[in-house]
Design a protein around this ligand. Structure first.
Ligand code: SF4
Ligand code: SF4
Length: 288
């Protein structure tokens, strides 16, 4: 996949991959850091990596909460027939991008044919107990990004619309919608430049700054680990190559607690997290 909003510029042509040594070191550091509650695994399509399942097994044995940023179509890939069962057995929650409940808008952002496959995959996840809120496990979160260069609306309102439309049209249930602001970096930045809208979009983010979000931005309690073990304050800094202040990697720390209270690097794209209702990997920063 090569989604137009993708801030990590992921696509099947990308060749970077995490080595087994890096994945094993991450497992070791997490085992030394009881304060790590949630491990959020992302790619590309992380499920296709040979260390994905060993990582999940190790984290599950440690009792960590695990989230898989899943592109949905991977669940239908030949050779991945047992993937859903694996995820469900180990209580891996799913976070999946679905920028709209209308086929045309999804096609515009994620490519032809993706919508049908995404719907099929969501129905399959429902059959495995994902998104059935009563069981409290196997959470299914959907992610919305605006298709046009504008800020997301109120998350709770959009979530209601998604729930109603997906249930009526396709019989799909999910737990929560995360509304994310598109970051004007990497592929989305190129897209904005092509449309002649980069300046107006970055101005919109800056003019929509809400100071109260600064205390809730995700970098205050999350870190990002690159495929090569380099450490970053967040996923967006990783995308633009902005390393954490001391430029450390996973072999230069004994556990992840040693990263607490460090100065966080800032950049112009930080306005993407603080604009409007605020934005993070867990959606809006406004508690509703
Ligand atoms: S599925 Fe996710 S990681 Fe892959 S290109 Fe789309 S936004 Fe990027
Ligand atoms: S972009 Fe800036 S504000 Fe947002 S998570 Fe990263 S460092 Fe924090």
């Amino acid at each position: 996949m090569a989604c137009s909003h993708c801030h990590v510029e992921s696509s099947p042509s990308r060749k970077e991959t995490m080595s087994s040594q890096v994945a094993e070191r991450i497992i070791q550091l997490i085992s030394r850091t009881p304060t790590v509650k949630l491990v959020d695994i992302t790619g590309g399509a992380p499920e296709l990596h040979n260390m994905f399942r060993p990582l999940v097994l190790a984290l599950s044995a440690m009792g960590k909460k695990i989230q898989d940023r899943c592109n949905l179509t991977v669940l239908l890939e030949p050779g991945q027939e047992d993937l859903i069962e694996f995820l469900a057995t180990h209580q891996v929650d799913i976070v999946a991008s679905l920028p709209c409940y209308e086929e045309a808008n999804v096609r515009k952002q994620r490519g032809t044919g993706t919508f049908e496959k995404s719907i099929q995959a969501l129905q399959l996840l429902n059959r495995w107990g994902y998104g059935q809120q009563e069981n409290g496990k196997r959470k299914l979160y959907l992610v919305y990004n605006p298709v046009e260069p504008q800020l997301p609306g109120k998350q709770s309102t959009l979530e209601q619309q998604y729930k109603q439309q997906l249930a009526e049209k396709f019989g799909i249930q999910f737990d929560k919608l995360y509304c994310l602001t598109n970051m004007p970096i990497k592929r989305y930045r190129h897209d904005l430049i092509r449309q002649g809208k980069l300046d107006s979009y970055t101005s919109l983010l800056q003019q929509s700054f809400q100071a109260e979000h600064v205390q809730n931005v995700m970098c205050l309690d999350q870190i990002h680990i690159g495929y090569d073990g380099a450490l970053y304050d967040c996923d967006f800094h990783y995308a633009v190559g902005l390393r954490e202040k001391y430029q450390r990697n996973i072999w230069q720390v004994d556990n992840f607690d040693s990263l607490c209270n460090d100065h966080i690097q800032t950049a112009v794209h930080c306005f993407g997290c603080t604009a409007g209702f605020g934005s993070s990997c867990q959606g809006s920063l406004v508690s509703e």
